[in-house]
Design a protein around this ligand. Structure first.
Ligand code: SAH
Ligand code: SF4
Ligand code: F3S
Length: 468
């Protein structure tokens, strides 16, 4: 298979494997590891790769960070609170090291890619043994070896925007798996730091994706979640361009029971993709479609490239093609300059669409992004009041929206025992909504048929049906 230049060379990957083997044989290396993850599914999956590499280095997982010889923080910087939480926890671990001098601490992920962060780490967090950004994830073995040999605080941030295939992975779940189809983002929404810390958009070769999907299918996976910051624009720059809809059709044909994906950008949501979903057998009837705001002027200043009406048109098209589809979204309140009337447009959009769930955020200025330099940053009291009104509205509507499932059959991929009872299990239905139903731990990882009986606390309750 012809590979484009953006792929990490096989020589470089061989060097990483050699570094892992060398670490495994070191007499004085950490015996156990713990990965602490912040942020989105991308980071969760990167942590699975980190764990895979650490196992190849001969380390075993420690149940808590206090018990581990090596702790690595995989950080997020999408909002200020994500960043503060990570740094707080790293600093706390410094105290633990006073009693355990051999404890090794590493920090990686999006936060490390922020401009100026490397210098800050070197100055203020000298106790960190190793820091590297998302661009160097595949070089972790080499960097780890260097850190073990030097123990002098190693920071490596810069790197090319590459694609690394065949990294070892240790998956958290055996029944459901993340599968990255693309990396980076080119959209530069004016509030967002992701394009700066994850680099330019690049798509994996379809053959590599299908190969990974086949291996997952063989291992008995019930569900795959395709990952990318904007999966709808998948395929750009490939030697033989393939659309996301085309890729979905191929994956659907393999017969893996459930396929989901995130995230979709409304501006790139094509009719072809909607058709592919409607005509599929295994693509779940659910869609995460971040709207961010219901006001055209705010959307323009966010650089989102769609209007409220265009967004609503996409929602209508999805609902026509996939009746009953589960819809969720992301919303930001208090974007710079947002007036009360503009905020109310967001409320009215939420009322109009009726989402099954919404992730709501207060705008957080991120250094280096365009919005951070805009006038009209909104005071905290106003933002808090706005987000509370939005959450209250959504919660009320959600109770009603979810009622459409009552009396319906649903298939649930059981994630485990319910938190409230040891005679109930919970998991996600095909529409993406959490369902609790009678069951035991042995149901974990299986798909169970049920009938929805009621809505409770914004989730669904079900009773089991005979398995067909
Ligand atoms: N690529 C995805 C989402 C990435 S970040 C997309 O385009 O939808 C996830 C969510 O975090 C975003 O949808 C947005 O709602 C929120 N977010 C991103 N930057 C933010 C910021 N500076 N302040 C508040 N919320 C932000
Ligand atoms: Fe951020 Fe926009 Fe890219 Fe999503 S599409 S990651 S919000 S820049
Ligand atoms: Fe955070 Fe990086 Fe994801 S900034 S939201 S972990 S891409």
């Amino acid at each position: 298979m012809e590979r484009t230049a953006i792929h990490v060379s096989s020589e470089e990957m061989a060097r990483q494997r050699a570094a892992m083997a060398e670490i495994r044989d070191l007499p004085q290396r950490p015996e156990s590891y713990h990965v602490v993850t912040y942020g989105c599914q991308m980071n969760a999956h990167d942590s699975e790769k980190l764990a895979g590499m650490l196992e190849e280095m001969g380390m075993r997982p420690a149940p808590t960070r206090e018990e581990a010889d090596f702790v690595i923080f995989n950080t997020c910087c999408v909002r200020d609170n994500a960043e503060r939480r990570a740094l707080g926890n790293v600093t706390w671990l410094k105290e633990v090291r006073k009693t355990r001098p051999n404890l090794m601490i590493a920090v990686c992920g999006c936060m490390i890619q922020e401009p100026g962060m490397a210098e800050k780490i070197l100055k203020q967090y000298r106790f960190i043994d190793l820091a590297f950004g998302t661009a160097n994830l595949h070089r972790f073995p080499e960097l780890m070896l260097e850190a073990l040999n030097s123990r002098a605080g190693l920071v490596r941030v810069t790197g090319e925007d590459v694609i690394a295939e065949d990294l070892p992975v240790r998956r958290v779940r055996q029944d459901a798996a993340y599968l990255t189809i693309m990396y980076g983002c080119d959209n530069f929404c004016s509030f967002c730091i992701v394009p700066y810390v994850r680099g330019r958009e690049r798509s994996r070769e379809p053959s590599d994706i299908l190969r990974e999907a086949e291996a997952l299918q063989k291992s008995g996976v019930q569900e795959i979640m395709l990952l990318g910051q904007n999966v709808n624009s998948y395929g750009k720059g490939l030697a033989q361009p393939v659309s996301f809809a085309g890729l979905l059709r191929e994956l659907d044909g393999m017969g893996i029971p459930r396929i989901r994906f995130m995230t979709s950008h409304p501006k790139d949501l094509s009719d072809d993709l909607i058709e592919a979903m409607a005509g599929s057998r295994h693509i779940l009837p659910q869609f995460h479609l971040p709207v961010q705001s219901g006001n055209d002027e705010i959307l323009r200043r966010m650089n989102r490239h769609y209007t409220r009406d265009q967004y609503l048109d996409r929602v209508a098209a999805l609902r026509r093609a996939v009746p009953g589809i589960g819809l969720s979204t992301d919303i930001i309140v208090s974007f710079p300059g947002e007036t009360e009337a503009q905020f109310e447009d967001t409320l009215s959009l939420v009322e109009q669409v009726r989402y099954d769930s919404a992730f709501t955020f207060i705008y957080s200025p991120r250094t280096g992004t365009r919005a951070a330099a805009m006038e009209g940053q909104i005071p905290e009291e106003v933002s808090k009041e706005r987000i509370q009104r939005l959450i209250a509205l959504q919660e009320g509507l959600q109770q009603e929206t979810l009622r459409r499932f009552v009396g319906q059959e649903e298939e649930v991929l059981v994630e485990g025992l319910s938190r409230r009872s040891d005679r109930a299990v919970s998991g996600k239905g095909r529409h993406g909504v959490s369902v609790t139903l009678p069951g035991t731990a042995s149901d974990t990882g299986t798909i169970v048929r049920c009938r929805i009986t009621k809505v409770k606390n914004n989730t669904l309750m079900g009773e089991r049906l005979e398995q067909s």
